[in-house]
Ligand binder design. Structure first.
Ligand code: ADP
Ligand code: MG
Length: 344
């Protein structure tokens, strides 16, 4: 069956915007005015406003060969919401700007927006604007997320204290392993298109790469338990680089224990298969979108039963530097390799 293809030119820019935003239903009282005017209007009723923006470029941040457009729309929103949660804030609105070539049909953009709206619904945010443009080649996406926070309860990276516990949510390294698997299958496919991709039993790591979630649940948990982290950020570039950001910006040293780093069983197995060290994947892989935070030792009892939170180390005096204690009993200097650590 041939897929339907509607050229964007047939609608024009305004027709396209109208089409893509036709079903918006405002979910937040703070959204005073949404799509359709020169600007949106937001009233956070005495709360402080948090704002963050991210750009995603085809060929740099995503590959349409193995990324379904719906997943891409979802992920483009989620990675921005993750930044808002990482400030201990609640996201309320987003704007989505896109530039695309004539390779994209209306049906393709519609798929992308299905993902955008699925994320809006799941996280309770309103799409209140954006911009639409052409590009000569490639798809470019820019999302801005806006959130609210009770005055002065936002959490920065620079305010950790000596002796604070270092905590991380969920598990790490899976998104990087998912990417490695997808890249490997792509290469095999390009070399011999008749070979079927072998992605069976890998739904966990592939899901972590293609459809990440933001840790709304953790922010709600911390609020319920009356825990205000002393510092926080999201894990987008790999654990080691993020830990070093908190340590450096807080003027502290840090001690990390390898055995405490949470890694899913599925990730360990696939890492072995690829001949990769699971710890290296957690430290230097990226895109996990978990939360890394520090908190006072007194709060430990409140988190000990939460399986989604692991204590992985503590903040030390700056004179101690930043180190990881390995399972084998060695102590190494912690270095940031970032998300491209394994790329040639
Ligand atoms: P302007 O010429 O002032 O930039 P536009 O014609 O680009 O206005 O946009 C008209 C309205 O549609 C604005 O509210 C804008 O935020 C919204 N909009 C434009 N592109 C998008 C998009 N891709 N997704 C959602 N809203 C959009
Ligand atoms: Mg515009």
């Amino acid at each position: 069956m041939e897929e339907e293809r509607t050229e964007i030119q047939d609608l024009g820019e305004f027709g396209l915007i109208e089409y893509l935003t036709r079903n918006i239903e405002i979910q937040n009282a703070s959204t005073v005015l949404g799509v359709g005017d020169d600007a949106a209007v937001i009233d956070h009723f005495g709360k402080q406003t948090v704002i963050s923006t991210d750009m995603l470029v085809e060929g740099i941040h995503f590959d349409l060969m193995y990324t379904p457009l719906k997943h891409l729309g979802y992920k483009s929103v989620v990675v921005n919401l993750s930044d808002i949660y990482a400030m201990n804030a609640t996201p309320t609105q987003i704007t989505v700007s896109i530039a695309f070539s004539n390779r994209f049909s209306l049906e393709a953009l519609n798929e992308f927006y299905e993902g955008v709206y699925a994320a809006c619904e799941k996280y309770g945010v309103d799409l209140v604007g954006g911009d639409t443009s052409n590009s000569q080649k490639g798809f470019v996406i820019s999302v801005t997320a806006i959130g609210e926070v009770t005055p002065d309860t936002f959490v920065k990276r620079s305010t950790a204290q000596k002796g604070d516990l270092l905590c991380v949510t969920g598990d790490l390294g899976a998104a990087y392993l998912g990417l490695t698997l997808l890249e490997r299958e792509k290469k095999i496919f390009l070399e011999s298109p008749t070979v079927k991709p072998d992605l069976e039993n890998q739904t966990y790591i592939i899901g972590r790469q293609l459809k990440p979630e933001a840790r709304k649940d953790i922010i709600e948990f911390l609020q319920q338990e009356d825990i205000l982290p002393t510092a926080m950020m999201d894990v987008s570039d790999g654990l080691s680089s993020e830990i070093l950001h908190i340590a450096k910006q807080s003027n502290l040293g840090v001690v990390l224990y390898e055995e405490k780093i949470p890694i899913a069983q599925e990730s360990k197995e696939i890492a072995m298969k690829f001949g990769l060290d699971p710890t290296a994947c957690a430290l230097s892989g990226g895109e996990d979108y978990e939360l890394l935070f520090t908190m006072k030792q007194q709060d430990y009892d409140k988190i000990v039963l939460n399986e989604q939170i692991s204590v992985i180390g503590y903040m030390a005096d700056i004179s101690e530097g930043a180190h990881i204690h390995t399972k084998g009993g060695n102590k190494f200097k912690l270095v940031a390799q970032g998300w491209n650590a394994f790329k040639q």
